[in-house]
Ligand binder design. Structure first.
Ligand code: ACO
Length: 316
């Protein structure tokens, strides 16, 4: 996590808000902000993961990057991280699945590991959401934070299950424009008519109520369906580690699944919403705290722009 910590009360200096509104509506008290490039945050997380696992960078066969805040249109964040950590035997690329990125990447990693040629995959999820936050909009600026995490995955004895979905008709609910890259002298000016509004801004545009409705449907569906694939019921899960968007979303989904909030891992109060980095940051905290024990059923569930959503079920 970046060092700069910003509390809800600090936002009173820039927008008309209060700690009471933010904490009761979202469960967020503080978030971290970075002044570093996204890829550098990702590289730090990758180095920490390699050290924690005592793994030589040259053993990594593949790096999958997940980010909606890459510093460059190209190269990918994954390639920049590869160069920084010296994973010279890896192939590297980013995927674009917004806040579901980590879950999508874990599913992909698992499928590629099954093939046999790739033995170690590093998933790097890094987000500097403050780069695409409009700090004059109180309804969204209080939600987001910056952060990064990395996870090294190899083939184990127990199977992993996944359930991934997208609904491309819901793109307008949550989006951000890319910067305009300049005019082409050979064609008429590009028109965004009929497309998503506010192309002059690169900030996240969000219909909060629609996101709320979508996510409280998506989360129970993904968890129930992945459990069905594994032949267990959601009550048998030891932990759900959800995307940290809003504590009320997590509570509503937990209720729909008939699961106590005690089994929902949540660190949103301290870190806010860090998009695709939120699940692995929370998973790392749980792991370091010794709360994830061998044999436990751990379900990772994400939802985000696209719309994308899905769950991965692991036997820890
Ligand atoms: N401080 C004080 N007042 C605020 C703030 C704020 N930061 N933001 C909005 N308000 C006001 C609104 O202007 C409105 O005032 P009005 O009644 O005078 O018009 C009032 O609070 C209520 O606003 P609502 O939008 O109805 O508030 P709601 O209870 O729906 O909560 C929220 C808004 C928190 C954004 C909620 O809809 C939500 O969490 N949605 C999910 C969005 C989300 O998680 N996005 C994350 C990115 S997406 C992702 O990660 C997948």
């Amino acid at each position: 996590m970046p060092e700069t910590v910003v509390a809800n009360d600090d936002f009173k200096r820039i927008v008309d808000t209060s700690d009471e509104w933010i904490s009761t509506r979202t469960g967020i008290s503080t978030r971290h902000f970075s002044s570093e490039p996204t890829w550098r945050m990702g590289a730090k997380a990758a180095k920490a993961a390699l050290e924690q696992g005592k793994i030589d960078p040259e053993e990594i066969d593949l790096i999958i990057g997940t980010t909606i805040t890459n510093d460059y249109a190209t190269p990918s964040m994954a390639c920049l991280v590869q160069g920084a950590v010296g994973a010279k035997n890896a192939r590297a690329f980013d995927i674009g699945a917004a806040c579901s990125g980590f879950v999508y990447a874990m599913d992909l990693a698992s499928r590629l590991l099954a093939d046999g040629e790739i033995r170690k995959v590093m998933v790097v999820s890094a987000e500097r959401l403050s780069k695409i936050t409009d700090f004059s909009r109180r309804e969204s600026c209080v939600l987001f934070g910056d952060g990064a995490a990395a996870c090294i995955v190899e083939k184990g004895d127990s199977p992993a299950y996944s359930y991934l979905k997208s609904d491309g008709t819901q793109g307008g609910m949550l989006y951000a424009h890319n910067p305009d890259r300049g005019a082409n002298p050979f064609v008429p000016e590009f028109s965004l008519e009929g497309e998503f509004p506010e192309p002059e801004s690169h900030a996240v545009q969000m219909d909060g109520k629609e996101v709320y409705k979508f996510s409280t449907r998506a989360m129970p569906e993904a968890v129930s369906e992945v459990c069905r694939k594994a032949g267990i019921s959601p009550e048998e899960l030891d932990w759900i580690i959800p995307h940290q968007a809003n504590i009320r979303i997590m509570a509503t989904a937990a209720k729909a699944l008939g699961i106590s909030m005690e089994r929902i891992a949540a660190n949103i109060s301290r870190v806010g919403n860090t998009s695709s980095a939120s699940i692995p940051i929370c998973m790392d905290e749980m792991n370091r705290a010794g709360r994830l024990l061998p044999g436990q059923w751990v379900c990772l569930v994400g939802f985000g722009a696209g719309a994308t959503y899905g769950a991965v079920l692991l036997r820890w």
